[in-house]
Design a protein around this ligand. Sequence first.
Ligand code: CDP
Length: 246
Amino acid sequence: MGGRESDMVLLDANGIRCDGRRIDEPRRIMIKAGGLKNADGSAYIEFGDNKIIAGVFGPRDVHPKHMSDTDTGILRVRYHMEPFSVSERKNPAPSRREIEISKVIKEALAPAVMLEKFPRTAVDVFIEVIQADGGTRCAALSAASVALADAGIPMRDMVAACAAGKVADTVILDVNNEEDQAGQADMPVGYMPNLEKITLLQLDGVLSAEEYKKCVETGINGCKLVYELQKKALQEKYFQNGGQQN
Ligand code: CDP
C-alpha cells in the first residue's frame, strides 16, 4: 500500500471508484478455455486490463528424475510477466515477486488437483502475463484452474480467485492497479466454491477485525462470480463447439 491516497480520489461522494465502478462491482471478466495447440490444456483470461495466458503440460515424466515422488504427482507453476506487460519495462529475469507469486499459485491450486492419481509424474503450469493492471495473481490463478480442467486433470473443484480491499475506509471488490498502489489494503482470495474452502489468502495493508471479515466475504463473493465464468468457458468449449477448438 502506497499510503498516497490523499493524492487522488479513489472513492467519490457518490460511492464511485476511480475507474467508474461501484464498491461491489468487479471489472469486466472474459475467460476462454483452450487456445494453445501445443499444451495439454490452456486458458486465456481478461480481467479488466489484465491479459493472461495459462498453459498446462502433463501429467508427464519428471526431469530431473530425483525430483519425482513415488507416492504422488508433483505440481510445478511458473508465473512470468512479459517485459512489456507493465508501464515501466520489467527485467525479463525472474524477480523475487514472480517467484513468490509462482509459489502462492502452486499452493492455491494444489488442494484442487488429484495429484495422488499420478505418482512419479509432474503437472506443469506456465503462466504468461501479457498485460498487468493489478490483481494478476488472482486472474492467473483463475486461468490456471481452467487450463488444468481443460487438460483433463482430475480435480476436486476449480479454484476461482478475486481480490477485495479497502480504499477511503471502505471495503471494495476487485482491486485495480491504482487502488492497489494508493489504497489502504489489498486481499487476494482464492476459493473452491463447491468445497467451500479458501486456498489463497494474502493481505497487504491494515484492517480492523470487522473489515477483515467483510473483506474475506467480499473476496469470496468475487470468487463465486469468477467461478460461473470459468464453468461457462469450459461449457462453451466442450458442449457448444463439440471440443473442436484447441
Ligand atoms: O498483480 P498482483 O496485484 O497480484 O501483484 P502485486 O505485486 O500486488 O502487483 C500489483 C500490480 O503492480 C501488478 O498487477 C502490476 O500492474 C503492477 N506491477 C508493475 O507495474 N511492475 C512490476 N514490475 C510489477 C507489478
